[in-house]
Design a protein around this ligand. Sequence first.
Ligand SMILES: C[S@@+](CC[C@H](N)C(=O)[O-])C[C@H]1O[C@@H](n2cnc3c(N)ncnc32)[C@H](O)[C@@H]1O
Length: 388
Amino acid sequence: MTPAARLSAAIDILDRVLAGNSAEQALTNWGRASRFAGSGDRLAVRDLVFAAIRCRRSFAALGGAETGRGLVLGGLRDAGVDPGPLFTGQGHAPPPLTEADSLPPTELPDLVALDCPDWLAPPLRAALGADFAPVMAALRARASVFLRVNSARISREGAIAALASEGIAAQPHGLSSFALEVTENARKIQSSQTYLTGLVELQDAASQAVVQALPLRSGQRVLDYCAGGGGKTLAMAAAGGLQLFAHDANPRRMRDLPARAERAGVRLRLLETADLPRHAPFDLVLTDVPCSGSGSWRRAPEAKWALTPARLAELCRIQAGILDRVAPLVAPGGHLAYATCSMLQAENSAQIAAFLARSPGWLLQSSRLFTPLDGGDGFFVAILRRNP
Ligand SMILES: C[S@@+](CC[C@H](N)C(=O)[O-])C[C@H]1O[C@@H](n2cnc3c(N)ncnc32)[C@H](O)[C@@H]1O
């Protein structure tokens, strides 16, 4: 495909996304119908689509319309590329520019330029203070690819060498002593032997830092209450010597976890909700709760535009319910770790303050907010201790 034909493909896919399809679904449908597209074309079109969703507000302003065409046009202008030579209408190129593709305003309002929904600006400013603008700007770009070195099997230096022998460049990242940032050939990872034999896992660096903040000790009984695909479960397992249990309200989300655990060479047990009281108490319960995902809008940018005040309030109710349900599962003197991939206070510090206010016998031991300025996704973790 020519660069202009890739733009046309992105325009069609974005029109479907704007009509309500998910980006993944629209990309899959386009891929099935476009056998002529090679792997390089597919990756390039995917990048165009996700960049346009991340920067939907500013690209629409720069392109003159919130349409597939407007977003792609705005993306080119944002990158300082003259769209004229690409929008020619020849071959599979988008139709030529017209009066309707009006020139962009010379200066965009701040929240438009930062791709921030208006209603989210006050709570994000409250949470981020002086970091508000830099964080929102960082969320306009693609996230780095990070790996977690399976320290039970290989050292960080050994993993870097193993990846290098397969043409993948990676370097240590400061957020966690097991984190690597991939600097070249990230797209080769999932077919590499280093990954397939369980020496490394794909996991955001801040997600790894959250696990490193947990007070894990050998011999403990540990429950990952919202295990999902098990990213944090496996990272905890790497600490070694734990009796590890995984649970999720939607057990199908854990369907790949046994195979991933086997590949990583770790043992864990999946628990149904009804079995939890029988296996309690636990020395540590991690609740990596469902949240707005405001810290991971680089990876899942549709969520930024889909979030509403009503959905945020609903998520806060779910989070409070989870805290209340898991608290009795923690042994006296044990810990409850609460984590979100959100930067909003309502889901983080305010949620913890409300729990402490209604739950005698608990105290806050530590908490930390990570933002994309630390390198990884935005995350929050609070460690609570139950009185002995
Ligand atoms: C943020 S994801 C977990 C991600 C996972 N810990 C990881 O690191 O890969 C949140 C998970 O919570 C689960 N969940 C939602 N409501 C829940 C509830 N009431 N109780 C337990 N899990 C719940 C969801 O199914 C989802 O898998």
